[in-house]
Write a protein that binds this ligand. Structure first.
Ligand code: AMP
Ligand code: GLY
Length: 414
């Protein structure tokens, strides 16, 4: 059994690690992988968006199953190309990826199929957009329509800021061709519900919560995620059942009805508002860093799970009852500019799982090579214990240029 994982960050390390626990003991390749992944898989120097080279490699090596991590690979149609060539691949087609890559597509679908989400309007004309914002209330949420690597959302609290943002998104070339989705501002606790989806068949993973801001108490700029945990006390069984039936199942069915059936991981970025659970966004792939805290709980054979979905069947999944909590170590300066190449020591002293996000080898020394560098993920019977364990373990990792949040998981104890 040969498996290829496309991608290089912490999410892919967690996918590779889950596959490495399979009793089938598959031979794992990662394209391009990273220093941590290379301990479990053979890394091949192919860019995650180089569809031609990925396809050639998969054919040459007779890869049995390919698993796609990043959205960029999906958006260039890697799944379509593999399927056309008759190869098994886990992930949505380019057309189904629109649920993530186009905010307008996602909003139209939700409206048509009665999926709860913030009210909105879409504009390509600056004057019309500005007039709409002036009529509405503040704060207002402005989303650039297209893949913007997490940088396309601005929550404007003043009219000046709203106007400047619309100017950026619709008149300047900063974001490319412009369209903006303007949304009602919602309040409430955010959480992530990822489901394996094979057409109209869906299977949930444990609910997780990301921490997007750089610093403690959700202060500072937005990042790719500074930590996450599973087992959210404020999401009741009733909440979960509602989110599954009114959101995740409805969207899976809608994608089938629209002629773009979804296969892979559908990620619901949801918010528990005073008016009920609503959708903030969808992603067409595993969340990062949610995957790093969710997949360690997968007790089933990950090869079987991914293969079932690739065959358009519902996977059988069993999850451990332990809570997990992960804290990200990031380069000082991130998400702004930062230096690389600082030695990292002590990872071998850590009991928790350590997934590499941005590391490299310099000779036989592990060094920093990205904004987010690694995530330390602890498992324990209770979330409190998982938090203590992750906090203790992170202190064992020595590097002069890293920082981390000290409040990951605290929202669960409020
Ligand atoms: P997105 O890229 O759509 O996930 O948005 C990034 C972040 O902006 C989300 O995680 C939320 O914290 C916030 N956000 C997005 N849309 C809304 C909204 N309608 N109301 C309040 N906050 C929002
Ligand atoms: N954790 C948010 C994302 O993966 O987009």
């Amino acid at each position: 059994m040969k498996v290829l994982v496309i991608g290089s960050g912490g999410r892919c390390h967690a996918i590779v690690e889950a596959l490495s626990r399979s009793p089938k003991a598959p031979k794992i390749y990662a394209a391009p992988g990273n220093a941590g992944i290379s301990q479990l898989a053979e890394c091949v120097a192919i860019k995650d968006t180089d569809v031609k080279a990925l396809l050639a490699f998969a054919k040459e090596q007779s890869i049995d199953l390919t698993v796609v991590g990043p959205e960029a690979a999906l958006a260039v149609g890697v799944v379509d190309a593999f399927r056309e060539a008759g190869l098994k691949i886990f992930g949505p087609t380019k057309a189904a990826t629109e649920i993530e890559s186009s905010k307008d597509f996602a909003k139209r679908l939700m409206k048509k199929y009665d999926v709860p989400t913030a009210d909105y309007a879409t504009f390509s004309d600056f004057d019309e957009a500005l007039a709409y914002v002036r009529k509405g209330s503040l704060p207002t949420v402005l989303k650039y329509d297209g893949l913007a690597a997490g940088k396309g959302v601005v929550i404007a609290t003043t009219m000046e800021e709203a106007e400047a943002t619309l100017r950026d998104m619709l008149l300047d070339t900063k974001f490319g061709q412009g369209r903006v989705v303007i949304e009602e501002f919602l309040t409430g606790e955010e959480f992530s519900l990822m489901c394996f989806v094979a057409g109209d068949k869906i299977s949930p993973m444990p609910v997780a919560q990301d921490h997007k801001r750089a610093y403690d108490n959700d202060e500072g700029p937005n990042t790719g995620g500074m930590g996450a945990y599973t087992e959210l006390p404020f999401i009741t069984e009733e909440d979960h059942a509602y989110a599954m039936s009114h959101i995740m199942q409805r969207v899976a069915d809608a994608m089938v009805a629209e002629g773009t059936p979804f296969t892979g991981v559908l990620y619901g970025g949801l918010m528990k508002t005073p008016q009920g659970i609503k959708v903030i966004e969808f992603n067409a792939r595993f969340g990062d860093p949610e995957t790093e805290v969710v997949l360690p709980r997968l007790k089933s054979d990950a090869v079987d799970v991914f293969m079932a979905v690739a065959n358009n069947e519902a996977p059988k999944t069993e999850w451990s009852s332990e809570a997990t909590l992960g804290i990200v170590l990031a380069s000082k300066g991130y998400p702004g500019s930062y230096d690389k190449g600082f030695a990292i020591r002590g990872t071998e002293c850590v009991d928790s799982k350590v997934y590499h996000m941005g590391t490299a080898m310099r000779g036989d020394e592990l060094v920093t090579a990205g904004g987010r560098v690694m995530i330390v993920v602890a498992s324990a019977p209770t979330l409190k214990e998982a938090q203590s364990k992750a906090r203790a373990d992170i202190e064992k990792i020595e590097c002069e240029n890293l920082f981390h949040r000290t409040d990951i998981g605290n929202k669960a104890f409020r």
